[in-house]
Design a protein around this ligand. Structure first.
Ligand SMILES: NC(=O)c1ccc[n+]([C@@H]2O[C@H](COP(=O)([O-])OP(=O)(O)OC[C@H]3O[C@@H](n4cnc5c(N)ncnc54)[C@H](OP(=O)(O)O)[C@@H]3O)[C@@H](O)[C@H]2O)c1
Length: 367
């Protein structure tokens, strides 16, 4: 059988490079021919994979793009917005698999998170849908973390506070945090007076020349409780996406109401989330643990102790793994039906690259 042609755009960014790493690990490249594109490096050497092209192609070469059976893009919304309509106008009928948010809420797009919505993905494929988009990183991670409660239809509403790593804003944002840390290490000499040292760090971080291109403020030794733009109701766009995308993935008669505050933190990789959940009925903590840990192979239930939390419930503990740790599970003082939990997962894996990788395999092997 003739191998399918798969084009990759955005493969050297944060999501793209993790995607290529995972696909190499799983030997996905054996299954199709790959063509690597670039918006900025046309003519340079392409990444070395089995059945791959040697030289990077122009990511705006519409003719070559239309020769692909599947296009996988981790380039960003601007690229998707510009290129997909042109391809469809040219009559291209291939599969478009995308990490960017731009097409997520369109009717002709399916948000992909196959451990949760595989049946819907199959129905979409059967009905001729061609656009398959990865969800917002916190949404995918949260849904897998609480899949057991979702499956048991136990949730009335969720209040969520997310603590999102700088790599969630791309490779340049992560570079900037490293640069800020290096500058502070180089320029601030710690004295025996701890308050003087803190002041020197603060003044340096607030100085005009300090590099703050990505977040409008220093991220080293800081947090920023705003991600993306502001909406008329006061939510950030990142916060709006949570309810919209979660409910689009589920598509049930009753919406799960969910809101919160998304916070950028100076963590390099992996997003954390603290959830307060109103359950539809009182359920024992033992039963909740069983539901959470048996829902999928990636949830790792963490005992509610300081030792286990420090060992398994931190960004560093889950980075570069598919594990989604869920811990601090407890009943609140609010009522018996309100529980709290903390969850952390690698936003570049289950939060971005892994659902796309799995969708690509569905398109290549089953279509
Ligand atoms: N980061 C996440 O955790 C995450 C999670 C879910 C979804 N997403 C979405 O996925 C899309 C891609 O996000 P991303 O975080 O992967 O973006 P990114 O790291 O900024 O990469 C996007 C593109 O920027 C160019 N680029 C410019 N400077 C670069 C550098 N120093 N290193 C590497 N690439 C550089 C590359 O394109 P050229 O090679 O063409 O120049 C690259 O493909 C976005 O729409 C984002 O919203 C991201």
């Amino acid at each position: 059988m003739l191998k399918k042609q798969v084009g990759f755009i955005g493969w050297r960014g944060m999501v793209g490079s993790v995607l290529i790493q995972r696909m190499t690990q799983e030997q996905d490249f054996n299954r199709f021919n790959s063509v690597f594109f670039s918006t900025s490096q046309k003519g340079q050497i392409a990444p070395e994979v089995i059945n791959g092209n040697a030289i990077l192609q122009d990511a705006y070469d519409m003719k070559l793009l239309t020769e692909m059976n599947v296009l996988v893009t981790c380039q960003g919304s601007e690229y998707s917005q510009r290129v997909l309509p042109q391809l469809r106008k040219l009559g291209w009928k291939g599969f478009w698999i995308d990490a960017a948010s731009y097409y997520r809420m369109e009717q002709e797009s399916m948000i992909v998170l196959d451990p949760i919505n595989r049946k819907k993905i199959d129905a979409a494929l059967n009905s001729g849908i061609k656009n398959y988009i990865g969800s917002n990183c916190t949404v995918s991670l949260m849904m897998l973390a609480i899949q057991g409660l979702i499956n048991a239809d136990l949730i009335n509403w969720i209040s969520v506070m997310s603590y999102q790593a700088v790599s969630g804003a791309g490779a340049n944002a992560m570079q900037e945090l490293l640069q800020q840390t290096a500058i502070l290490d180089r320029d601030v000499v710690a004295t025996g007076d701890i308050l003087e040292t803190e002041k020197a760090i603060r003044l340096k971080s607030q100085s005009e020349a300090f590099p703050c291109m990505n977040f409008m403020t220093a991220m080293a030794f800081n947090v920023l409780p705003f991600i993306d733009t502001v909406l008329p109701n006061g939510q950030s766009k990142e916060e709006w996406k949570i309810q919209a995308e979660l409910n689009k993935i589920l598509t049930r008669a009753d919406l799960i109401a969910i809101d919160g505050i998304c916070v950028r933190v100076p963590v390099l990789r992996a997003h954390s989330q603290a959830l307060t959940i109103e359950l539809k009925k009182t359920v024992s903590l033992r039963e909740i643990e069983t539901l959470l840990s048996s829902a999928n192979p990636w949830v790792r239930f963490v005992e509610n102790t300081p030792q286990e939390t420090a060992k398994y419930l931190t960004p560093m503990a889950v980075t570069d793994t598919l594990n989604i740790s869920v811990g601090r599970v407890k009943r609140t003082n609010l009522s018996n039906r309100h529980i709290q939990l903390f969850t952390v997962g690698d936003q570049l894996l289950w939060g971005a690259a892994e659902p796309l990788r799995r969708m690509l395999n569905i398109c290549v092997m089953e279509q």
